[in-house]
Design a protein. Structure first.
Length: 169
């Protein structure tokens, strides 16, 4: 599965890693693998991906940098796929939501996680006990704010970036 993601600053990745240590039975995201998905782009071979990326770059043309903010810890009690619960850093950003909506008009939706079901977030960990997840959700955090100036095309199967696009695009 390919996706277009927001580049995550080190402070957010470090926070997610620190919080994951409080979920000992959960599967934490490894350092450097935290993502914030803007839009899933589907799977397929490299040629299919190259066409999608080219089209995505056309759609992104004119996209300005936008503000984003991590506001706290939340959870999906039941994940759409994979182990539950999913503890995550909650993200607020009108610019991110607007971009997601624009991309959903141009590309197929992934049911259950995009369009009206889209919840911008950075996963901390999956699985583990609900009690540990509930304790972490009670935690108050100082917000982390930044301006998104770069988007990343990500290959989830290989766990790596494919390419990047700077904003304004």
């Amino acid at each position: 599965m390919y996706s277009l993601n927001v580049a995550i600053p080190a402070t957010v990745a470090a926070l997610a890693g620190d919080l994951a240590m409080e979920l000992p039975r959960a599967r934490a995201r490894p350092r450097g693998e935290h993502t914030l998905v803007v839009k899933r782009l589907g799977g397929g071979d490299h040629a299919a991906y190259a066409r999608i990326e080219g089209r995505m770059r056309d759609v992104l043309r004119g996209t300005a940098p936008f503000a984003i903010r991590v506001t706290g810890v939340e959870q999906f009690e039941t994940a759409v796929t994979g182990p539950s619960p999913v503890v995550y850093l909650a993200v607020e950003s009108p610019g991110l939501r607007t971009l997601h909506e624009r991309l959903c008009e141009e590309f197929d939706l992934v049911d259950g996680v995009e369009g009206d079901d889209y919840t911008p977030h950075v996963t901390v960990a999956r699985g583990g006990t609900r009690a540990a997840a509930d304790r972490l959700v009670e935690r108050e955090l100082d917000p982390i704010e930044w301006t998104v100036e770069e988007l990343v095309f990500h290959d989830a199967e290989r766990g790596q970036s494919v390419s990047r696009v700077s904003l304004p695009a």
